[in-house]
Design a protein around this ligand. Structure first.
Ligand SMILES: [Zn+2]
Ligand SMILES: [Zn+2]
Length: 333
């Protein structure tokens, strides 16, 4: 029998196909990934090739080392092929029906480590902490730019997750508009707040903590779980315990704590499933809504273990061929 489950926060319906559900171990990568070398001479993100990228806009580097030269631990550069134009003025909408707006925005690449073959799962905790800190620092710089309305931080791990360069990196895009899908999320969260007088993400975290069926890790500041209505097998949410709509508002302690949970969660996925491809998203409120009571920032990890097909594209309803209760148990074991 199939079961339809509702994600109360996103209002997405998910079909959990229990009949043809796979056991968690069936998602393990069959043939291990190709082993990468620690240094790849042709890789533009490897040390020594700094001139192959646009100039760095920020870096954590050794004392007495210079911009665009080796000696960095984390390096941020503008994307060589940016999706948006950093020089554009304020977005102006034009066209009566066929509407366009100028593509003002920033598209940055955060090169997480000089080592070509590392990933969050295999980096040191210190390195992951610095990566999270750089996420925050770049966010805080870009949120001051009045042209931008939403900042998205994401990471594509592996070819099926959309990465074109294997060197570990995250990306950050500052957008001059709030897309309809994010507006929808906010509206649903606002509606929940009006009806219940509380934040749906806070309530969801409390409910998960009470149910204790899908929690995979918790610490003083964060709770990680496979949501009741997971969109994909092993989908993971990392939710801060403290209510806060905007990622830019987090403290240094939360950065450290976030790194700890992130590393642990991804290490588990790496070990249990054999380094699966995944997308990681830092879901945060649009800049103007960063202090609202009804929205709550979180990290969403979507492993690429199945491929959305025509049904998903046509209906927006995802079919999950696993049970979050089982995948959570499997990951924790
Ligand atoms: Zn490299
Ligand atoms: Zn909340």
């Amino acid at each position: 029998m199939s079961e339809l489950r509702l994600n109360r926060a996103t209002k997405e319906w998910i079909i959990v196909a229990t009949e043809r559900a796979k056991r968690p171990h069936q998602f393990q990568a069959e043939s291990g990934k190709e082993k990468l070398p620690p240094y790849e001479p042709s890789c533009p993100f490897c040390p020594g090739n700094e001139k192959k990228t646009p100039p760095e806009v920020y870096a954590l580097r050794k004392k007495r080392s210079f911009p665009d030269q080796p000696g960095w631990r984390i390096r941020v550069v503008t994307n060589k092929y940016p999706a948006l134009d950093p020089e554009e003025k304020m977005a102006k909408i034009s066209g009566k029906f066929f509407r366009t707006t100028s593509g003002a925005g920033k598209h940055e690449v955060i090169i997480e480590t000089p080592r070509h073959n590392k990933s969050i799962a295999t980096m040191s905790l210190k390195q992951v902490e610095e990566m999270c800190l750089v996420y925050l620092r770049r966010y805080l710089v870009l949120e001051k730019d009045k042209r931008f309305k939403l900042i998205i931080i994401f990471r594509n791990h592996g070819v099926t997750a959309g990465t074109s360069l294997r060197h570990p990196h995250s990306q950050l895009i500052a957008l001059p508009l709030v897309p309809a899908s994010i507006r929808h999320l906010l509206e649903e969260a606002m509606r929940y707040y009006d009806d219940h007088g509380s934040c749906v993400f806070c309530d969801m975290t409390d409910e998960e903590l009470t149910a204790r069926k899908r929690i995979i890790l918790e610490n003083e500041k964060f709770v990680a779980f496979h949501p009741f209505a997971s969109r994909t097998p092993f989908e993971t949410w990392i939710v801060p315990r403290k209510h806060n709509a905007g990622f830019g508002n987090i403290s240094q302690d939360e950065v450290k704590s976030m790194a700890m949970v992130l590393k642990h969660v991804l290490k588990k996925l790496y070990e249990k499933l054999g380094d699966p491809d995944f997308n990681l998203l830092v879901r945060t409120a649009p800049l103007k809504d960063a202090f609202e009571d009804y929205y709550h920032w979180y990290v969403q990890i979507l492993p690429r273990l199945t491929t959305p097909a025509g049904f998903e594209l046509g209906s927006g309803v995802y079919i999950n061929s696993s049970l979050p209760e089982e995948t959570a148990r499997f990951i924790k074991k």
